[in-house]
Design a protein. Structure first.
Length: 183
């Protein structure tokens, strides 16, 4: 079975995934009266597990909802010592180099991973460990905040797979990593 690390995330036109205060309320600034999920449900049904950073985990925990995921969640953190009791059966803390983290997750039988959270995505990109990205661009300029992409040592080429438009306002693009043939 092929292992895949996939990003599914929304950003502002100017490339931010959170505003200057870390807020994400702008994600619902485009009217969506029919609550179209823009492919998120289909995406979630295609993955085995989620790898997210501590900040993203803490944000999800702060939402006034029941735990939203049905697949195992692995939280990357060097500072978090334990998961709050109410999430203990759904979440596992994991640390180490990304390659060791992935080896551990793969050894548990999970191969199609949703990589979530800004710093986590940036870390995976820096090590060229992202295979596919679906990026939804919301029609808003934030003028600052937390950038989706950070600095890279070298360019990473991606192949455009498809574009979709939702609500006559939101553009979603899917890209696949172009890997060099090592033959």
């Amino acid at each position: 079975m092929d292992n895949k690390n996939i990003v599914f995330i929304a950003k502002s036109i100017d490339g931010y995934i959170a505003d200057k205060n870390g807020g994400i309320d702008w994600l619902i600034s485009t009217p969506n009266p029919n609550q179209i999920d823009m492919g998120f449900g289909k995406f979630m049904s295609s993955i085995d597990a989620i790898v997210m950073g501590r900040t993203t985990f803490e944000m999800v925990c702060s939402f006034d909802i029941s735990w939203p995921y049905t697949v195992p969640v692995f939280v990357l953190s060097t500072t978090l010592k334990k998961v709050p009791e109410k999430y203990a059966k759904n979440v596992e803390l994991i640390k180490g180099t990304l390659k060791k983290v992935l080896a551990k997750i793969h050894s548990k039988g999970f191969s199609k991973l949703y990589i979530d959270g800004g710093k986590t995505i940036q870390s995976f990109l820096k090590e060229d460990l992202i295979d596919e990205m679906t990026i939804t661009t919301m029609p808003i300029l934030l003028g600052g905040g937390f950038s989706l992409f950070g600095d890279l040592e070298k360019p990473l080429e991606f192949e455009h797979i498809e574009s979709q438009v939702f609500l006559d306002a939101v553009v979603q693009d899917t890209y696949r990593r172009k890997k060099q043939n090592l033959s």
